[in-house]
Write a protein that binds this ligand. Sequence first.
Ligand SMILES: Cc1ncc(COP(=O)(O)O)c(C=O)c1O
Length: 407
Amino acid sequence: MRFDNFYVRDGRFVADGVALDGIAGRYPTPLYVYSANGIRAKYRLLKEHFPAFDICYSLKANPNPSVCAVLQRAGAGAEVSSPRELVTALAAGFASKNIVYVAPAKTAADVEQVLRAGIHAIAADAASDLELIDSAARTLGVKVRVLLRINTNESQPEAKEVMVGGPSKFGFDEEQVVAEVAGLKLKHTRIAGIQVYSASQVLDGEWLAAHIEYVFRLARRLSQELGFKQETVDFGGGFGVPQHELDHELDLAGLAEAVAGPLAEFRTDNPDCRLIFESGRYLVAESGVFVTRVVRVKESRGRVLAICDGGMNAFARPVFMRIRHPVRLLNRMEEQATNHVDVCGPICTPLDCLARDAYLPMPKAGDIVGFLNAGAYGYTMSLLDFMSRGRPAELMADAGELRLASS
Ligand SMILES: Cc1ncc(COP(=O)(O)O)c(C=O)c1O
């Protein structure tokens, strides 16, 4: 199976040369392990298919400083959505000129901090954002590049979280933007392009190609109607990954081919315009595993329950997003599955079940359970302080070594 090919060597579960079956003896569970090589490989894949685009890593997917540092060294820029993410990105070594700030609610203090950092661009979601940014720029004596975030009229993709095409808190509605922006008197702020983030976890390459073409056309039209030079177009991203064994991979080669024509056409008029993809999940999701240990096993009225030391407090995604993450017993990778098991956590609510009906060898106390595909929106989206169980450790496996991934 796909996930096993990525991780299993000689029957042992391995991340970057480190076998994880004995990990529970070395570190307290629950914990996360990330694979530096896996992350680098995904960045390279995206960049190789889209050399004309800058890839900005969306820190919201996983702001762990070691993860950020791997992507920064690989060549990525950063997309940040809060002042704290900005601090993390700068500390990880991302150059200001390679950072964009995209957030639907910006306070005056947020904007001031962003402008002080001198990043490449900040996205504005409303006329009031433009006024706020302009006023902060005047106070600080800086010039700012702003991207208009647009809630487009595109068709909506089949994806987990769709952010365009309907009523939305994000950006200017496409049909309103010219009227809302045209009359503004901006003195310290330069509208430099547009930003459109459409959806997360998109695996439909045809939809993505149509989205990219749509954004090229929209950027051109708005630059003409509002009279700005196109310095940057940010297409968002939303590149998906297979969530479980039945999902297919996103066809990057097909997407790159489909986008080549619109890209070449755009380039003839805008040879220097910076093109940006924001990407979180695609870069890091498959390179993380959430590891928890079975504390006890109960057979209850016909069901087998493996009750573990980590649950929705440490890994909330399967519960809140209703996502089935592939699950394995890491210490028994060679054994055949025999039982349907509910893998539960230690939290005092029946909601705290990370996998229902997972097909596994009959679990026993002490087994090490791994949830794959946990590198994005795992730790960071969890209820880390709920029931005061302590936060899971985060570890980075890199070239045969395992170390604490500083956080
Ligand atoms: C504005 C913006 N950019 C980038 C991302 C990252 O998306 P993904 O992890 O799907 O690549 C998100 C996710 O919500 C987002 O809202």
